[in-house]
Write a protein that binds this ligand. Structure first.
Ligand code: ADP
Length: 255
């Protein structure tokens, strides 16, 4: 069996006195699609922000593609955070946020080209070609010279996806990417994510409130509650016949 591309072991996270994550163990396999669901404030975003090194665990370890990303001992002591490792690992991971985070003063083509040129030291011509290819893939080939302010929310979110894909990540993280969108724009963004997922190559972690979408796209669904993974399984197991009462009452709100 293949090795996991991401491995969380006994990961804890507190903000001050508030214990948000209380021991997360999670293996993500290459090309696996995992949906993370759970009540607001249950720590879903925090789980993926640690992978982007936007948050540091309080305890536990996270290994990405065999490299230590975080290895925390008691008392917040960082045992291993080799800068070179961190940079390599960050390069393997792309993230799309709830609020697009595009550069407003750059065209959408320039938004996509910036990181390959400055971070991956790719030539301008090659970065441009690949950015155009990715923007075409998300259906925005006719908007290359537009600025973010000229686009709808759904289009901005598709630019954010193209911008992440251009970096050729092995893992893509989606943090409630449709929550800030008007309802009529949600489907176009989900369609693009489905397309990326169906290509099958990348591992994906999707924090989402779109239950039908999670059911449709995920190989595995995690229900986060009370700082732990309270339930996990195939979409049929989690949405179908789990006996977990907290999960049942959570899902009930979406029916
Ligand atoms: P979810 O994504 O499930 O809604 P989050 O991971 O965003 O949950 O947040 C979990 C909890 O951690 C919340 O109570 C939130 O207020 C708290 N939290 C998140 N980030 C911070 C922070 N930077 N400082 C303090 N508290 C935070």
């Amino acid at each position: 069996m293949a090795n996991p591309i991401v491995k969380y072991e006994n990961v804890h996270k507190s903000f001050g006195e508030v214990k948000v994550l209380k021991g997360i163990d999670l293996d993500l396999m290459p090309a696996e699609k995992v949906a993370v669901i759970g009540p607001s404030g249950s720590g879903k975003t925090t789980i993926i922000r640690m992978l982007m090194t936007l948050e540091q665990p309080t305890l536990g370890s996270i290994v990405v593609d065999g490299k230590n990303l975080w290895q925390m001992e008691k008392n917040d002591q960082l045992m291993d955070a080799n800068e070179k490792h961190l940079r390599q690992v960050r390069g393997d991971i792309g993230m799309v946020f709830q609020h697009f985070n595009l550069f407003p003063h750059l065209t959408i083509l320039e938004n996509c080209m910036t990181a390959p040129i400055h971070v991956q030291k790719e030539s301008k011509a090659s970065a441009k070609n690949r950015s155009i290819e990715m923007l075409e893939k998300v259906g925005l080939g006719d908007k290359l010279e537009n600025y973010p302010s000229q686009l709808s929310g759904g289009q901005k979110q598709r630019v954010a996806m193209a911008r992440a894909l251009v970096m050729r990540p092995k893992i893509m993280l989606f943090d409630e990417v449709t929550s800030a969108l008007d309802p009529e724009l949600v489907e176009e963004v989900l369609t693009v994510i489905r397309g990326i997922a169906n290509e099958g190559k990348m591992a994906m972690v999707l924090v989402t409130h779109e239950m039908e979408f999670a059911q449709d796209i995920a190989d595995r669904v995690l229900f986060l509650d009370g700082g732990v993974i309270a339930e996990q399984g195939s979409p049929d197991e989690v949405f179908g016949n789990s006996e977990n009462e907290r999960l049942q009452s959570f899902l009930h709100r979406f029916r």
